[in-house]
Structure formats: C-alpha cells, structure tokens
Design a protein around this ligand. Structure first.
Ligand code: FAD
Ligand code: SF4
Ligand code: SF4
Length: 400
C-alpha cells in the first residue's frame, strides 16, 4: 500500500477527484497540469493525519464497492436489485440531459420532495466554460442547468467537506471513482453516511485530460478564451458537442466524430486500470443504452440503469410515482454487456494489467469485492501478457 499522495500522483494513479483539496481545507489545491489533468499541489502540503485519511480513501489506489447483503452479484455488473431502461418523465429534462436524464430527474426529485437540501455535482465553470468545477445545486432548475456529461477533468470531491459542513442531507451525482472515494472516506468521517443520503453514478468509460477538448478547439480554430459555452452532449441523445463563442459563432461536432479516434481521447492512466467504472458504490448507476456500445443516430434518450441499494430502489419508485422518472423494460446482465462491451473488455483485462502495475513498481490498486480474478480467468495467455506489458509501459511513460 502506498503511504503518500506523492507516490500516487508520481505513478499517475491520481484521477483528480479533489478530495485532497477538501480534506486540507484548500491548503492543497487542485491545479491543472501541462498535460491537462487536475492534480493536488503542493504534494508536500499535507499534515500527517490528513495524508493518512487521504491514502485510506484515495480513489487512485482504493476502489470500494458498497454492496448490500442478499442481492444477486454478477461478475461484471456487481451487486444489483434491478436493471432496466429508464428516462426522465419531463421531456425537457430528457432532451437537455446527457442521455435520458435519469440522474437529473433523480436529483430533481430528491430536491423537490424535500429529501435533500442540495445536490453536489459538477458543471461548466462560468468563468472558464471549457473547464468544469464542482457545484452545489439547491433547486431543480440548478440541477438541470448542470446536467450533461463533462468529459474533461472535474474535481467533484473538492466540494465534499463544504457539503458535509452544512450538516444537511444531500445527494451526490458523480463518477464511480468519486463515489467509491466517498464510501471509503465514510470510514474516517462519520458525517458522510449521516448527511450524504443519495449517491448517484454515471457509468464511466474514462475521463479525458483537457488536452482532448483543447485539441477539438484547435481543429475548429477557436481559442479557449473565445469560448462562451461548451456542452459535450445533450440536447438530444447523444446530441452534438456544441461550442458557442463570445463573438456569437456556433460550432458543432457529432458524438461519433468526437470519439471516433481513440488515440485522441487522452484518457487518464487511472481509467485504464479502473476496477469499478460501473458505480458499485452508488445507490443507482445510469448508463447509455446503445446496442453494441455506440449510437447509430439520435434517439429520444434512453438510459440503462442499475439499481443497487434499497435506498436506490425507494428513490426510483418514488420518482416514478411522482412522474419524474419512467422505467422501461428489464435488462439482464448479459444484455447489459452488449450495451457496454468496452466495460466488459476492460474488466476482464484488469487482473493482467495489475500485474503490469506491480512490474512497474507502482502502488497497487485495492479492489476487494470487485471480482477481478474471476473475470481475469477469461483472458487467454497471450492476451494476458499483452495487457500486463501495456500497463507497465503506460506507467513508465507517465513517469518519464
Ligand atoms: C467522463 C465520462 C465518461 C462516460 N463514459 C460512459 C460509458 O463508457 N458508458 C456509458 O454508458 N456512459 C458513459 N458516460 C455517462 C453518460 O455520458 C451519461 O452521463 C449517463 O448515461 C447519465 O445520463 P443522464 O442523462 O442520466 O445524465 P444527466 O441527467 O445529464 O446528468 C449527468 C450528471 O453527471 C454529472 N457529471 C457530468 N460529468 C461529470 C464528471 N466528469 N464527473 C462527475 N460528475 C459529472 C453532472 O453534474 C450531472 O449531474 C460517461 C460520462 C462521463 C462524464
Ligand atoms: S484523493 Fe483524489 S485528488 Fe487526492 S491523490 Fe487521490 S485521486 Fe488525486
Ligand atoms: S474510468 Fe474509472 S477512474 Fe476513470 S474517471 Fe471513470 S470511474 Fe473514474
């Protein structure tokens, strides 16, 4: 087990969640590196008790599922109560949100129903709209204004202690690694389980460094400071990436153009080693629902959801009863595999990749309860070696 945040950052395992900033009260800040990742700075700025807490919870090296006993457990999808299609009941939410608006609908429902005082999530930074920042939404309109996927760096947990300090029930919408860190952090801060009463995850294929977005702007001939707004998707499913400039020009790039060439994705190292991109610490996880894993055109917006906990089930039932959510037909785990084939491939490769991590002398990633050995047994010997060597090479490259 690594003992310092410097080890984690030095091996490029930090995902930039922001917990370092929250725990130090902002003494350590999340800053953008030259490569376009958010990282804690300075690395020698932690008090020893802070660093002990952080190393316990850091999603760079700990993935922590929050399974409830007695539920079915699928090797790929983890513990679940139900899986189904779903979408927002309000057509405007469904249209504007990333996919079918499930996460926005659930956050909105919790607020409108008085179950939470606010939602901690992320949105575009009004001062630098190409970038993202954590945000506290106190009204359904705020939640909707911050809907949509932000593919660049975000640090939602930089807001975690500000949220806990309010001593009010709140929901968090974030990536699986963020929610894993929230769960791990609950072991050192008892306020987490008391106040963070709903945890909603987006299923996640990986976070791009800002260089991905800046590359797109570059190709369009738009400078970052000319951008007035940037939405990656939404306003349809998937909807276009839309960039509006302060001069009034608008540029659109389709989802398929945006993600056609994997070499341009600039995905964080940690994402290639991610043992839980499916939200196993969430109450409800929401994904895209395209057969084969990619859209063939625009549709009305359909999420595939995994309801994992009793609290998640109650929330979904309540939101349906209130008309804020619509639940469609059930999805079996093997049907879910077909909607997310890239997730299955990655999970099967991880046990081999973790050997490569050890070969490179990087800190191990604790993934207890995430079934990586059982999944790794599906990988053929030549594939295993290639995955192992590739992971070791990526860590070496990240360090050089
Ligand atoms: C980096 C990234 C990778 C993804 N990869 C996949 C994938 O491989 N497969 C798949 O099925 N879906 C993936 N998605 C999720 C998908 O884009 C939708 O977010 C998801 O289907 C939920 O849709 P929705 O309509 O319910 O979301 P919405 O109702 O639009 O709500 C989205 C919520 O997520 C929050 N959010 C957005 N971006 C971030 C972020 N970077 N960090 C933390 N919180 C954020 C917003 O604040 C908002 O509350 C990815 C999303 C992101 C951001
Ligand atoms: S806690 Fe978050 S910000 Fe800090 S090193 Fe880990 S991943 Fe990075
Ligand atoms: S792939 Fe995993 S580590 Fe990367 S952003 Fe998504 S949940 Fe976090």
């Amino acid at each position: 087990m690594a003992t310092t945040i410097a080890d984690i950052v030095g091996s490029d395992l930090c995902i930039g969640c922001g917990l370092c900033e929250a725990v130090t009260g902002g003494r350590v800040r999340m800053e953008l590196t030259g490569a376009g990742s958010l990282r804690p700075v300075p690395l020698d700025g932690f008090r020893s008790e802070e660093e002990v807490q952080l190393v316990t919870a850091c999603p760079g090296i700990v993935a922590s599922p929050r399974a409830e006993p007695g539920q079915p457990v699928d090797d790929v999808w983890g513990s679940y109560r139900s899986m189904s299609y779903a979408w927002a009941g309000d057509p405007d939410v469904r249209f504007r949100a990333a996919t079918g608006g499930v996460l926005t609908a659930l956050g909105t429902h919790l607020l409108a129903d008085g179950q939470v005082a606010f939602v901690l999530h992320v949105g575009a930074d009004p001062e630098h709209p190409v970038r993202s920042r954590w945000v506290i939404s106190e009204t359904p309109a705020d939640v909707l204004a911050n809907s949509g996927s932000r593919y660049g760096p975000t640090a939602p947990l930089a807001g975690l202690c500000a949220a806990l300090d309010r001593q009010e029930a709140f929901a968090i919408i974030a990536k699986p690694c963020d929610l894993s860190a929230v769960h791990s952090f609950s072991r050192v801060d008892e306020r987490v389980d008391r106040w963070c009463v709903a945890r909603l995850a987006l299923v996640c294929g990986g976070q791009s460094r800002l260089s991905k977005t800046l590359g797109v702007l570059d190709r369009l001939g738009v400078a970052e400071d000319e951008v007035a707004s940037l939405r990656y998707r939404g306003n349809g499913n998937p909807g276009p990436t839309r960039i509006q400039t302060v001069g009034g020009a608008a540029h659109e790039v389709t989802y398929l153009e945006m993600w056609a060439d994997e070499a341009t994705w600039a995905v964080e190292t940690r994402c290639k080693l991610c043992p839980d991109a499916l939200g196993e610490a969430a109450d409800v996880a929401a994904a895209d629902a395209w057969p084969g894993g990619a859209p063939v055109g625009e549709d009305q917006g359909f999420n595939a959801i995994v309801v994992r906990t009793a609290a998640g089930e109650a929330l979904v039932d309540d939101a349906v009863a209130a008309g804020r959510l619509v639940v469609g037909g059930p999805i079996t785990p093997r049907e879910f595999d077909d909607l997310q084939p890239h997730q299955v491939r990655k999970k099967v490769a991880l046990a081999a990749r973790y050997e490569g991590l050890a070969d490179a002398g990087a800190p191990p990633i604790a993934a207890d309860g995430l079934r990586l050995d059982a999944l790794g047994a599906r990988l053929a010997a030549d594939g295993w070696q290639a995955e192992r060597d590739g992971a070791a090479r990526r860590i070496e490259e990240a360090r050089s």
